[in-house]
Design a protein around this ligand. Structure first.
Ligand code: IMP
Ligand code: MG
Length: 180
């Protein structure tokens, strides 16, 4: 997509994000009330979501990060998933909650959940800010879901296009100028 010919349109406002993060935190708190969960943020896209979520979680949480690569530059998945930055925390016997930004084809998160399951956590669940069900190529079950979205490429609130737009406070859609 050429740099100049797009417009950013707010799809999910910061207010809606705030309310949804509060709702997810409430659901998570109820389920994890007497545990010390380890939250794993999938880098880089979910860092902002993770930061907001844990501030609403009145629990003795620990956090870690993992970085996967499946996307080349741009908006299409290469389909291949690799771990490019490992966890620092052993997860055997831990209650693990994975924090993801977008479930698109589902290939990345399916790979990650299988990968983590082999390390024998006591429990393994998924919290995703957004899901695009019409794009799924692998079955994914999301335990805590923020927003169900149509097949649109989104940026902002941590999400990027070629590393740009992560700092936008709202979740926006990129649209071609000509189409608006
Ligand atoms: P999947 O393997 O196709 O499910 O892709 C998942 C990853 O691709 C997500 O964790 C995102 O980092 C990235 N991704 C997918 N859709 C979008 C989008 O609309 N905006 C920004 N990143 C996206
Ligand atoms: Mg991601």
């Amino acid at each position: 997509m050429p740099d100049k010919n797009y417009q950013l349109k707010v799809l999910i406002s910061r207010e809606e994000i705030k309310n949804t993060v509060a709702r997810l935190a409430k659901e998570i708190k109820e389920d994890y009330h007497d545990t010390q969960p380890l939250l794993i943020s999938v880098l880089k896209g979910s860092f902002m979501f993770m930061a907001d979520l844990i501030r609403q979680l009145d629990l003795p949480v620990e956090i870690d990060f993992i970085k996967l690569s499946s996307y080349g530059a741009g908006m299409k998945s290469s389909g291949e998933v690799k771990v490019v930055q490992e966890l620092k925390t052993p997860i055997k016997g831990r209650d693990v909650l994975v924090i993801e930004d977008v479930v698109d084809t589902g290939l990345t998160i399916s790979f990650l959940l299988n990968y983590l399951r082999k390390k024998k956590p006591a429990s393994l669940k998924l919290c995703a800010l957004t899901d695009k069900p019409s794009r799924h190529k692998a079955p994914v079950s999301i335990d805590y879901l923020g927003f169900t979205l149509p097949d649109k490429f989104i940026v902002g609130y941590g999400l990027d296009l070629n590393e740009k737009f992560r700092n936008l406070p709202d979740i926006c859609v990129l649209e071609n100028d000509e189409s608006s």
